[in-house]
Design a protein around this ligand. Sequence first.
Ligand SMILES: Nc1ncnc2c1ncn2[C@@H]1O[C@H](COP(=O)(O)OP(=O)(O)OP(=O)(O)O)[C@@H](O)[C@H]1O
Ligand SMILES: [Mg+2]
Length: 427
Amino acid sequence: MNNDTQKDVLISTRELTKRFGSKEVLKGIDCDIRVGEKVAVIGPSGSGKSTFLRCLNLLELPSGGTVVVDGATLFHSDMMLKKDALDAVKAKIKALKTGEYSEEVQAHKAELAQNGTALAKAREELKDAQSKAKLYAIKASRSSGSVTEEDVAAAQAQCDRLAADIAALKEQSSALRSKIKQKRAEAKKSADPARLAELKTELAAAKAEFAEAKKQHAAAMRVTNASIDEHRRNMGMVFQHFNLFNNLTVTENITLAPISLGLKDLKAKRRELLKRRLRGEDISEEAAQLPDKLEIIENAKTTAKKLLERVGLADKADVYPATLSGGQKQRIAIVRSLAMNPRVMLFDEPTSALDPEMVGEVLQVIKELADEGMTMVIVTHEMNFAKEVATRVLFVDDGLIKEDAPPEKLFGDPQNDRLKEFLSKIL
Ligand SMILES: Nc1ncnc2c1ncn2[C@@H]1O[C@H](COP(=O)(O)OP(=O)(O)OP(=O)(O)O)[C@@H](O)[C@H]1O
Ligand SMILES: [Mg+2]
């Protein structure tokens, strides 16, 4: 890569991973998004498209890898990799010491789990049978004739049978536990001491590496947290479900963030100037140039008005979102993001919650933005839109980018088998 293309890169990820618990959703995404690119992200449901987008602006904290935005490293961590390595060594030691992964122990464990399920079921059945037996006993004692002594005896017999089943299952489980324990003891005795010593050395090294990575991770996160707000401002995000505040008017929705951030900035600048004045500097000229609160508010309102005009919704400035159609709400949500003057817009299926007749108006707004040169990443199921507007399409499958090509190429001559299958289903 030469320096020019490097310079144009706005967002860059390397080895980006994300896990939820033990589920690995992103498995190592390397991706560069350059200024002015319109990147469509397609792929099957659950493949990780939304997670990828959310990791780009750190709405979701990645588990590992690197996210660089505009040259600034927002996230960097290989802690998870080190943790995996450590866990792998631990597992090896455990296996060696306890025979945990021998087929026999695994089979016993599976049987034990099955027993547990059967036991729970039998206990439920016993409860029902006992209630029934009690009811029968009462009915029989009233000698209304609807329940006979035989019925009572049969119900009681059913209870006894179930109780016996439960006892047998318990005994089996207990025997299985003893067997597992015995196997573990045997494994421990026969564990090769040389191999064990080797693994222990490995363990110590893995532990040290993990501890170091953890330290670095903590340091990196402090940097990330310090710069995250600043960077999020540069990344507008539009979701499937608009996420407008229903208790605020359209204008209030749009101006909320710019005003609060504007005031926050103003406060910070004033504090900075005050410090300098206390140090004896002459700051009068700079202080005079600071906007006042009212100006910030008025500017935000003016911007909102202009943006509303641009998307044909000037007449909705003072209404509440509840009175708007889905398409209108989504156009407002886009305006709300634009009001922050972002450098890149991230869209997550902006039209999939809309009635079909409203899709067009929203896509039109996005298309106009694209034509004006806005950098954008858009997760979409609208393949025609992707073909028409995107400069590049990413096919995400199973947490990885499986294909990355201009739309003509990706749709016209797909290479990856999963992509071919995906396209055959939707086109
Ligand atoms: N907060 C979370 N906690 C646990 N699992 C999650 C979370 N968010 C997403 N997942 C899981 O991660 C996987 C990927 O989800 P993601 O929303 O990124 O998929 P997607 O490609 O956007 O799918 P769709 O096309 O349906 O929107 C799914 O299996 C999902 O269940
Ligand atoms: Mg999604």
